[in-house]
Design a protein around this ligand. Sequence first.
Ligand code: HEC
Ligand code: HEC
Ligand code: HEC
Ligand code: HEC
Ligand code: HEC
Ligand code: HEC
Length: 440
Amino acid sequence: MSLVYRLLNRPSRLFGAAAIFTFLLIGTAAHAQVDEAEYGAGEKLFKANCGSCHKPDKDMTGPAVAGAKERWDGKGDVHAWIKDSQGYIKSGNAHAKQLFEDHNKIVMPPQPLTDAEIDQVLYYADNFATVNAKKAPAKEAPAAGTAEPAVTWPWWLVIGALFWIVLFSLGGVRKQLANAVREKQGLPPEKDLNTWGRIRRWASRNKGWASVVVLLFVVWMTVLLWNWMFNIGVYGGEKNAHYKPSQPIAFDHSLHAGKDNLAINCQYCHSGASKSRHAGIPSANVCMNCHQAISEGPKTGTEEIAKIYAAVGWDPGTMKYSGEQKPIKWNKVHNLPDHVYFNHSQHVAVAKLECQQCHGPVDTEMDQVQQWSPLTMRWCLDCHNTTEVKVAGSDNGYYQEVHRRLTETPMGRRELKKYLEDEKITVRELGGFECAKCHY
Ligand code: HEC
Ligand code: HEC
Ligand code: HEC
Ligand code: HEC
Ligand code: HEC
Ligand code: HEC
């Protein structure tokens, strides 16, 4: 009773309580609609297993998955279809057979999921539209490919400004106090000096503080100078950074490789990366694995995909190859000079680096590929100097040999001691600074 009385007595409290109550209400209502754990688990499974052919709410290589359970109701078991669609067709299910016929007999491969996992995936697909309708406005903000780094205020500038404001206002207060004292003593008020004069007077009265300020100033200038010199090296060499030649087909990496889109693995197309020196550019036949069925894209309609058909000589009308081919001439984005040797498999398979460490956010931000890293000698060396190599306990034969040498031979042990001074073995210590490793 007294609580209600107190609330009514203070309109602001009443308002606050009402606001909190409303938020709680909205919060629980939103939770009640979609089971987040089930949805999240389904989303992961979908992206890992289905995303290269399906979208939850739109037709792609395979049909939109949303509503699948309903469509199969009474006609067969959607679980059996997903686990092994071809097997289910062979078992004689008419609906399965019809689906296969309706989709140009493209085979949906067997999916290694349990019934419970399939239910999670279907739950995700069914609720995808609802969840994303809520999120939509926030998602549109950053335009792909054009993202500029956000402007961040250096914290020291802000602190510096505050420092000066406080100092000046304190200075004003101090002066008024001092003049009040002088007035009492019957002295004239302090002379009004200009800024420089005041600084000099302050310095001569406070020699200790003045030297601290001078010292800080010197340190600050040194840091600035150091940064400036460092940046010459980095940016001066970045001659080709962000080089972005135009391409004969507007192939969009963020669409094909992006996690929120088709999420195709980089090495599905660049299969050389873990096996050989060159990552390789896929032939148009690789594109046809999917584009035989997909002739239209969200941004460019049929125009760009038609160029793939022209390249391989495919007539989408008759669904036949004409035999007339004209290979696509992609323009090279990366170009190391001829005297440098770079090997992808060494970095991808042996060192287990992510493509993005060298090529940048290809999958999230590049609708057109650009050179992301400077590709200067300094860039290679910087990474070799700082990247630790875990030779101990590695399953890689080469590392095992290096480890054996370092721990089991006297010379190796001496070497190891030297490395372990900075407690890590980097690429540099394994020979990543030797001229001949990178130059012919
Ligand atoms: C390699 C491509 C591919 C992958 C991967 C794939 N599917 Fe399919 N899916 C298809 C195709 C194509 C069809 C259309 C039927 C056909 O041609 O066999 C289809 C059909 C379906 C159908 C029937 C749709 C309907 O309207 O009844 C469901 C459901 C389905 N897929 C779910 C999944 C799920 C869930 C996954 C992941 C666990 C998955 N698919 C992975 C290609 C694929
Ligand atoms: C569906 C096939 C496909 C997938 C998947 C794919 N790429 Fe590509 N990539 C291409 C094609 C085609 C080109 C040549 C056209 C171009 O430069 O846009 C290319 C070009 C590139 C280039 C520039 C090559 C040069 O000329 O120097 C880089 C770097 C690259 N891809 C990295 C990646 C990375 C990293 C991923 C994974 C995040 C990836 N690609 C996924 C097809 C693909
Ligand atoms: C694993 C399947 C797959 C492969 C491989 C693939 N694509 Fe695609 N591509 C798609 C899908 C799916 C779409 C349409 C996406 C949509 O509608 O949201 C698409 C869309 C496109 C578009 C239209 C883009 C737009 O925004 O309008 C172009 C152009 C394209 N792909 C070119 C290529 C080229 C070139 C290759 C080969 C280097 C290739 N694709 C390989 C699945 C694939
Ligand atoms: C250690 C850095 C590094 C990593 C990691 C890396 N690349 Fe590269 N990549 C390069 C350099 C450097 C070049 C230029 C090579 C040249 O011009 O000879 C290049 C060139 C390419 C090219 C075009 C020329 C070619 O070799 O066919 C493609 C495509 C490519 N990379 C894709 C990938 C993919 C996909 C991955 C991940 C699987 C990857 N790269 C990982 C540094 C890297
Ligand atoms: C992002 C980090 C990174 C960048 C950038 C990088 N590398 Fe490496 N590199 C590594 C790692 C890690 C290894 C260790 C792999 C191993 O032990 O074989 C390595 C190993 C090597 C090796 C073998 C060294 C040896 O001892 O056998 C060569 C050669 C090499 N890199 C060349 C290059 C060249 C050329 C460039 C620049 C165009 C480059 N790397 C850029 C990380 C990098
Ligand atoms: C990890 C790989 C790597 C190692 C080790 C390496 N270089 Fe280089 N070097 C490069 C790359 C990459 C370039 C190309 C730079 C460019 O085009 O801007 C280059 C370029 C050069 C150039 C041409 C000048 C220039 O800037 O284009 C000279 C000279 C050179 N290196 C000498 C050496 C010498 C001497 C050593 C041994 C002390 C050495 N390099 C070790 C990767 C390496």
